[in-house]
Write a protein that binds this ligand. Sequence first.
Ligand code: ADP
Ligand code: MG
Ligand code: MG
Length: 248
Amino acid sequence: MATLEIRDLHVTVADKEILKGVNLTVKAGEIHAIMGPNGSGKSTLAYAIAGHPKYTVTSGSVTLDGEDVLAMEVDERARAGLFLAMQYPVEVPGVSVSNFMRTAVTAVRGEAPKLRLFSKELKERMAELQMDPAFAQRSVNEGFSGGEKKRHEILQLEMLKPKVAVLDETDSGLDVDALKVVSEGVNRFSAAGETGVLLITHYTRILRYVKPDFVHVFADGHIVAQGGPELADELESEGYEKYTKAGV
Ligand code: ADP
Ligand code: MG
Ligand code: MG
């Protein structure tokens, strides 16, 4: 069973320590929510796992099924089964959603899918996400609305079937209908049992539709509290104050 293990991870950005010892284990079929105030380092965790060059790991480890993720190039991480959806996804003008997806699928699966099968699969997944078929011909992320960006992320997930998916702020800027579609997508591939999900969010809203197995409260660069879904309910009513005032 796929397991992502983060051990005592310390990360600096521009010479400042942002992550101060993060410990977390995510297994296939589990949904973990990381919740915390703005600026606590949630996105830094996602970027460090992704291998963004601005984020320097000074100590600790990240492994996927025992393999050293931090030693891998960015594209190797994807091939190893990691999927990272970022808060601010990059635009790729001139490259269509369909071509981008086929390239990604080819890289991850190790061989190019037959065009007709690929097109059929893409069409079916898009229909499930209530996406207009014409969307497949648009340039990646160019002028996408918040809802379109997120549907596009979920579409990639369903096509790539990663071992572990890290979704950063998947719920920000979504109207309720889009939030439901995205949540159903997360629930669907989580229920398949082959993907571990790390859902990073500031808001409790998405957790009305996606039930996490574990909730971790993040403050000042590390996890300060852990619990089940009831912890998200507590955060919804009481906010993060208790965790930030405690001088953690
Ligand atoms: P969150 O996602 O929880 O809101 P971030 O990980 O984005 O938090 O940011 C944590 C801290 O790291 C903030 O103080 C932020 O200003 C700083 N930081 C993050 N990325 C950069 C960067 N590229 N350059 C400088 N500072 C950064
Ligand atoms: Mg430490
Ligand atoms: Mg963030």
